[in-house]
Design a protein around this ligand. Structure first.
Ligand code: GAR
Length: 208
């Protein structure tokens, strides 16, 4: 029996440039599947425009309509299960994901973060790097676990900080790499090409 292809949802809260990179990667043949669903906690998120342009279903889940993080997660889980979605990609989703969702999607939920984790987790990662005078920073795609930006790193890209670097210039430089590496990891996840061994996550080639 052929196994069912994985179905994934992208979670967004705002601008949506990473979502756009994912959708573009599909249009350009670098990603085999479109997301089955885009979920947002912000009805005004510009990201929703991109989803609509590509005909991807969107779902706004209002945090105010659910009492607490667990209730929000339980409702989200129901909506994902109803659609047979087994993979989650957080792309600028500015809300801590409850352990309920993490547990249900263990090793099938990933996030992109604008620093070389474990450095500069949490908010304003680019400003954190500038403020300590870091010589380099970058971005990381990692599995989501119960902590904040603490899950196993899958892929990273580095950028150098130059003289006069600001959080804005650094963000822009890092973002170009985010857009490049996120579709690579998503494709690997869709093809079950991320191997977990000895406390490391490694992307392998097809057939390896
Ligand atoms: C991106 O830089 C992403 O790495 C970051 O938010 C931005 C979203 O931009 N995520 C985090 O900081 C999560 N901790 P986008 O909406 O244009 O994709």
């Amino acid at each position: 029996m052929p196994t069912q292809p994985h179905k994934y949802a992208v979670f967004v809260s705002g601008r949506g440039s990473n979502l756009k990179a994912i959708l573009d990667a599909h249009a350009e043949g670098r990603l085999s599947h479109l997301p089955s669903l885009v979920i947002t906690d912000n009805a005004q998120a510009y990201a929703l425009e991109y989803a609509r342009q590509y005909g991807v279903e969107t779902l706004f889940i209002d945090p105010k309509a659910h009492k607490g993080r667990k209730a929000f997660a339980a409702y989200t889980l129901e909506e994902l299960r109803r659609r047979g979605i087994d993979t989650i990609c957080l792309a600028g989703f500015m809300r801590i994901v409850d352990g309920l969702l993490v547990e249900a999607f263990r090793n099938r939920i990933i996030n992109i973060h604008p620093s070389l984790l474990p450095l500069f987790p949490g908010l304003d990662a680019q400003k954190q790097a500038v403020d300590v005078g870091a010589k380099e920073s970058g971005c990381s795609v990692h599995f989501v676990d119960e902590g904040v930006d603490t899950g196993l790193v899958i892929l990273q890209a580095k950028v150098a900080l130059e003289e006069g670097e600001t959080a804005e210039t650094l963000s822009k430089k890092i973002l170009a790499h985010e857009h490049r590496i996120y579709p690579i990891v998503i494709q690997a996840l869709l093809e079950d090409r991320i191997r977990l061994a000895d406390g490391r996550a490694v992307i392998v080639e097809k057939g390896e």
